[in-house]
Design a protein around this ligand. Sequence first.
Ligand code: BTN
Length: 255
Amino acid sequence: MQTGWAGQYIERHAVLDSTNNRAKQLGREGAPHGMLVVADLQTAGKGRRGRSWLTKSGEAIAMTVLLRPTLKPEQISPLTLVAALAVNRAVQKTTGLRTQIKWPNDIVANGKKICGILTEMSMEAGCVAYVVIGIGINIGQKEWPQELQTKATSVLMETGRLTEQDAVIAETMRQFEYYYEVFMQDKAMTSLRKEYAEQLVNMGREVYVDQPGNGFCGICEGIDEDGRLLVRDEQGNAQAIFAGEVSVRGIYGYV
Ligand code: BTN
């Protein structure tokens, strides 16, 4: 692990319910900033919006990094975009694939999802106690259940090769440490906005913003310093979209 702090302490499990759950337990018990939890198999992997996330043994990476950031609760949400930048670069470097980011934090290859990220925060007395960032990367899947066939892919399906999981994990930690430290200089996406926009799959394209009672179409113009997606609506107004429960997709499908 070529890092100063990210992934310097690692717990590796054959089976866990969820690496996020184990990292939260370690967070409560006082484990250090940068501690990494990895599992070969998750029995109750969690996705965003209460969905489940499948991690079969040998097929996918399930990893969670524990952070103790000196940030206010309202500054935490862009950390998930920082993680997306890191995984995107790490997958590019270790597999040669031309991956991109789908805001806020999916990584896609050829229009299909290859990685998902789930960030959870714990507060104590109004302050951030710790944050866990869970990363699931599809490496060796050869097929998907029917409902995922048009949406999901894996490194094997895209390249025909199996990439060494440990190399991807180590590179993800190396990239994450770099982007996290850049982020922490401003405690915002100020210096990372441009690079994030360059990696954004929807950049300059028409997207549909699916928000309760107020969905609209517009052109994606990148992100602001807080990590909100900038979408110019049909009236020409730039709207800043906060991740939360909103989903953004291409008008013809997932991207
Ligand atoms: C998504 O819905 O896109 C987020 C998926 C996040 C999955 C990862 S796998 C490792 C970590 N442990 C979990 O239970 N979830 C995250």
